[in-house]
Design a protein around this ligand. Structure first.
Ligand code: IMP
Ligand code: MG
Length: 337
């Protein structure tokens, strides 16, 4: 049983929290991380915060096997740091063909004015490593003896698990409009981050997927340059309490109100079966920490129902706070589990 989680806007929608919640709640057997260390996923659980750039957010369930997709990229120093921070020794598997970012890629990217200034790249060497991959000279995980204990065949592991009826959760990174193909080119990242791109990175065929959950935040944020309709001035953002900083770069995020047109397009591109809406408490403070639909203020319920009608897709998960447990799960009521 495969569930794919992807971002619907420009990243930072709260995928980390959603993936962490699902792996605990559904007792997921395997969680696979795609993408690269330019993407930071935050998990807050029982008073602790993790900011992850490689390890899947499903680490929070101690029984979940944690895999890194063949199409993903890692950096060795970040990998080992995160394995320690998440106490995940022994349950992390890296595909032999996962790409490895080296210092040269980071240096090349940071000295590239076009990428750093015009595009607003996070400067993590991801794009430059992807260039080397396309030129067929990037080193892969199998080229590093220190990775040997963790090497595996993710395609085999995942597809065998699917055949056995086990639960597999795929963690996408960034958001639909940062996709190399479907985003606001050239202000995009260096990979296709939509559901199909994510599946291709892992090595799962589209027919094996049961659910695609597209995650939207209650407002839109974007770091770096590029199209952001209805962008709010910083004073307004402060008044609203919507100030955010990038997980990886610490840059102030640009902010706009929820964008229905973009959301509709993201639902189409990803063939969403469900929608997750995060940070509802940022719009409706009384929603904070609520775990039942009926405890949400009426205004919040109306706002969510309107989006659901417009998107013609069930909103099944509603984030009401930072912690993994601060969520309203409507999947049972809506017939998904
Ligand atoms: P790059 O992928 O680091 O080259 O960055 C290209 C663009 O994508 C820049 O606007 C980045 O800010 C943005 N970007 C890359 N990764 C993330 C992410 O995880 N969250 C939000 N924006 C990102
Ligand atoms: Mg992020």
């Amino acid at each position: 049983m495969v569930t794919v989680v992807v971002g619907g806007f420009f990243g930072d929608e709260g995928k980390g929290k959603i993936v962490a919640y699902l792996s605990l709640k559904d007792d997921v057997d395997i969680c696979v991380r795609t993408g690269a260390p330019n993407a930071g996923h935050t998990v807050v659980f029982q008073g602790k915060t993790w900011k992850l750039r490689i390890i899947p957010s499903g680490f929070i369930n101690r029984k979940t096997r944690l895999l890194i997709a063949p199409g993903a990229l890692i950096r060795l120093d970040i990998l080992f740091k995160e394995v320690n921070e998440t106490e995940s020794w022994g349950r992390v598997g890296i595909d032999e063909r996962t790409g490895v970012i080296e210092d040269i890629h980071v240096n090349l990217e940071r000295s590239n004015e076009y990428l750093m200034k015009v595009i607003g790249s996070t400067g993590q060497g991801v794009g430059m490593a992807m260039v080397d991959r396309i030129l067929r000279k990037l080193k892969l995980a199998r080229d590093f003896p220190e990775l040997k204990p963790m090497l595996t065949d993710v395609v085999d592991e995942v597809n065998e698990a699917i055949d056995k009826g086990l639960k597999v959760l795929i963690e996408g990174t960034q958001g639909t409009f940062l996709s190399l193909y479907h985003g606001t080119y050239p202000h995009v990242t260096s990979r296709d981050v939509t559901a199909c791109g994510v599946l291709s990175e892992v090595g799962i065929g589209p027919k094996k997927v049961r659910d695609v959950i597209v995650v939207f935040k209650a407002y839109v944020t974007r770091v770096g340059s590029g199209y952001l309709p209805n962008e709010l001035p910083i004073d307004e953002v402060k008044k609203l309490g919507w100030v955010e900083y990038g997980t990886v770069t610490g840059r102030l995020r640009r902010v706009a109100p929820f964008n229905l047109e973009l959301a509709k397009r993201a639902v189409v591109i990803n063939s969403a079966t469900q929608v997750a809406l995060t940070k509802i408490d940022a719009l409706f403070p009384e929603a904070r920490g609520k775990v039942r639909w009926n405890d949400l203020p009426l205004e919040a319920r109306k706002w969510i129902e309107n989006i659901e009608n417009e998107l013609k897709t069930p909103i099944t998960l509603i984030g009401t706070g930072e912690d993994v447990s601060e969520i309203i799960d409507l999947r049972k009521e809506k017939g998904f589990i």
